[in-house]
Design a protein around this ligand. Structure first.
Ligand SMILES: Cc1ncc(COP(=O)(O)O)c(C=O)c1O
Length: 418
């Protein structure tokens, strides 16, 4: 069958597709320790709240009809949007109204719309890119461009902390914003590293964006105000120059597919129009389940008192296992400041990160090879082949066993080198 270039690109050999396929096939083989994918943990206290909300909806005939029987406007469920605007005004004093918010079917869809709104071919014939100011970045961005080569990425500065920890910093000296850049985008906390860009770094990027009259997109899928999977200090910021994206996925609702975009009114009205074209309207389910939690502010309390400690405590326990299992072996871990990932760096690793992935798969441990996370970066940096991403959100005994197996394999690999 003959298909378009766009069709080939989006349906065929996307990195994320081959990765998802491989993870799916490996899982089907059974007995795998799953530390590869992006599923959040299942937190009983959150599941209980969701069950209660769902039960309320089921017993309210009018609400049930709205839940399944009526299309929302293209910008999304109005009561959810009004409650969110009110919450953000109250909590953070943001100058925000419902006209600054729209919903999408998952924040992944928001990125598809935003990247192709600001990147790609413009009416004047110019071709613009999305700047990722600090690689590594979220693998899910990599294949979203309708046009090829949508991204340009910048290497970070690496700051080593003690023998086994490090932190990436935005290297402002390496960032040049030319006319070729249509928008800047960062995830905060960052998938895959668990890095949380400092307030100063965000302010610095916002200033650059303002100076060049392009938007700064801040992907807060793991961040503030919810689900607040941040173990360090980070101030929630938004203003008319920023496009802030959020999601209900890591709050515990990845299957309801609710993404949220907060931006200046013209951006929101364009996104609503795009929603209408590609899907008529975003789904109502996540919005209706969580509107009462927004109205009461409970979503913030649950994020702060349940979700954040759940991941932080898991992170602290897995770091203790790493210290013990890797002792005496060359390794570094990015300081885990948020999200649910550990980003390992094995300096001078004698094999590639894909080979390491395969060897670990052979030992029934699934991780993600690091080289996937550098879309738009010029080739030639060995570091990208020395890293892996490990998701620590799943069953703790299995995760700890997985870490011990990774440590054993790494020891063997360095020893084989002699
Ligand atoms: C950094 C980041 N942004 C966006 C997304 C997309 O999430 P969703 O489409 O479920 O909102 C993910 C998913 O894992 C992510 O890790």
């Amino acid at each position: 069958m003959k298909i378009s270039r766009f069709g080939e690109k989006i349906s065929g050999d996307a990195g994320i597709l081959s990765l998802m396929d491989d993870l799916g096939n490996a899982m089907a083989e059974g007995n795998m320790i799953m530390m590869g994918g992006g599923n959040p943990g299942q937190i009983p206290a959150i599941q209980e709240v969701i069950r209660e909300q769902l039960s309320e909806l089921l017993h309210d005939e009018e609400a049930l009809n709205r839940l399944v029987g009526v299309y929302d406007p293209p910008g999304g469920e109005k009561e959810f949007i009004a409650a969110l605007a009110e919450l953000l005004r109250r909590e953070y004093d943001w100058d925000i109204s419902p006209a600054n918010i729209c919903l999408t079917n998952g924040s992944q869809t928001a990125f598809f719309l935003l990247f192709n709104l600001f990147g790609g071919r413009y009416a004047d014939g110019s071709q613009k890119k999305i700047l990722l100011p600090m690689a590594p970045e979220y693998i899910g961005y990599a294949d979203l461009g309708i046009d090829d080569d949508l991204f340009v990425a910048v290497r970070p500065r690496i700051e080593c902390v003690g023998e086994n920890l490090f932190k990436y910093r935005v290297d402002f000296s390496n960032i040049t914003i030319t006319d070729e850049i249509g928008a800047i985008c960062v995830s905060r906390p960052t998938n895959p590293t668990g890095n949380v860009l400092t307030d100063d770094e965000i302010q610095g990027l916002a200033a650059l964006a303002r100076e060049h009259q392009i938007p700064l997109i801040v992907d807060s899928a793991y961040g503030v105000p919810f689900p607040n999977m941040i173990f360090t200090e980070a101030r929630p910021i938004w203003n008319q120059d920023l496009v802030l994206t959020m999601s209900l996925s890591k709050f515990g609702l990845p299957a309801v597919r609710t993404g949220i975009v907060i931006a200046a009114e013209p951006v929101i009205s364009m996104l609503s129009g795009m929603n209408a074209v590609v899907s008529l309207a975003p789904g109502s389910f996540g919005a209706m389940l969580t509107t009462p939690l927004l109205r009461s502010g409970e979503i913030l309390r649950l994020s702060r008192e349940v979700i954040k400690p759940y991941y932080q405590e898991k992170m602290e326990r897995v770091m203790a296992v790493i210290n013990e299992a890797f002792s005496g072996c060359p390794y570094k871990v990015h300081i885990p400041e948020g999200a649910m990932f550990l980003w390992f760096w094995f300096p001078d690793l004698p094999i590639t990160s894909r080979e390491l992935y395969e060897r670990l798969k052979g030992r029934k441990v699934l991780v993600v090879a690091g080289d996937y996370f550098f879309p738009g970066l010029e080739p030639g940096w060995r570091h990208i082949d020395e890293c892996i991403r490990v998701n620590y959100s799943q069953d703790e005994a299995e995760v700890h066993q997985g870490i011990r197996l990774i440590a054993e394999e790494i020891r063997t690999i360095y020893a084989e080198q002699g």
